[in-house]
Design a protein around this ligand. Structure first.
Ligand code: AMP
Length: 284
């Protein structure tokens, strides 16, 4: 029977009990409105850990003032059914006031280049919010293993950084991007897309596929690969590029040629809906 905890105290008591029994605890942080992409995380955790805890929390501190915090979809009832079907042991679903009570003033600020580029350039407080909430979730759940999607590859890099910098005893697992049969990367924000917009959104995965094919045919020049993607996206009238960029992975350092793995990452607005996608080229 899946347990649902809404307070930090209850969640901590459960985690302490599991720890005492010597269980390996896996954590899958989510903002809910769960889809197949989230489920791939759950399955990876289920396969590796004795106890799997999913968190469902739309974290206010990672949204900028003009972003979609209020409008972000919330479907906790349906989420629980999906998590129960995956055999998840416990769900942590706190209210914002439970995570950030009055007087709260401590943040985890990953203050390096890795948070200032890609999504960090447009969303200046985003990764501070992510790092803060993930640190809290790791502490509350006493996670040994934590699971994140490659869909948010920069997030994985940032999490690795603060886990290492703060000596947190958690191992990070990155799960591949789960896509719809059409190629569209699954995302909670896809439900905002009209049928025409959903069709237009295919340009993200299509453009990345083109670049991947070029890379596999020997193109390693970063500017050329970026141009293949940008030119392809520009053929779609509903699409507006936020960024198309390519950095080394996982260091996220600027490169001119791909020799070691490179992260080709894009953010594109389809009308008002901002979508992200990426591919890792040269992954071993
Ligand atoms: P979110 O609820 O959007 O914050 O996502 C929670 C976790 O699920 C993050 O680690 C995401 O990277 C991961 N995730 C979301 N969509 C996908 C996807 N299509 N494939 C793999 N992982 C995903």
């Amino acid at each position: 029977m899946m347990q649902i905890f809404r307070t930090v105290q209850e969640m901590q008591a459960f985690a302490a009990k599991m720890k005492k029994e010597g269980k390996i605890i896996g954590l899958c942080p989510t903002m809910g409105s769960l889809h197949e992409g989230h489920m791939t995380l759950m399955r990876a955790a289920r396969a590796k850990c004795d106890i799997v805890i999913a968190s469902v929390f739309v974290n206010p501190t990672q949204f900028g003032p003009n972003e979609d915090y209020d409008a972000y979809p919330r479907r906790f009832g349906e989420d629980c059914k999906k998590l129960e079907a995956e055999g998840i042991d416990a769900v942590f679903h706190p209210e914002p006031e439970e995570m950030y009570p009055q007087g709260y003033c401590t943040y985890v600020n990953v203050d390096g280049d890795i948070t200032h580029k890609l999504c960090g350039a447009q969303r200046p407080i985003h990764f501070r919010g992510v790092a803060t909430v993930v640190t809290k979730l790791m502490n509350i759940t006493r996670a040994d293993e934590a699971f994140f999607g490659q869909k948010d590859a920069q997030q994985v890099v940032v999490v690795h950084r603060f886990v290492s910098d703060l000596n947190l005893p958690v191992h990070i697992n990155m799960v591949p991007i789960c896509r719809e049969p059409s190629g569209l990367a699954r995302s909670s924000r896809n439900i905002y897309l009209s049928p025409a917009e959903k069709e237009a959104a295919l340009i993200l995965s299509k453009s990345l596929k083109k670049a991947k094919a070029a890379y596999e045919n020997g193109e390693t020049d970063v500017e050329s690969l970026k141009k293949i993607v940008s030119d392809s996206i520009r053929t779609e009238p509903l699409a507006a590029i936020d960024y198309v960029d390519l950095f080394s992975f996982p260091a996220l350092e600027p490169i001119t040629k791909i020799s070691d793995p490179g992260l080709l990452a894009i953010a594109v607005k389809i009308n008002k809906i901002r979508l992200i996608d990426n591919v890792i080229l040269g992954a071993k």
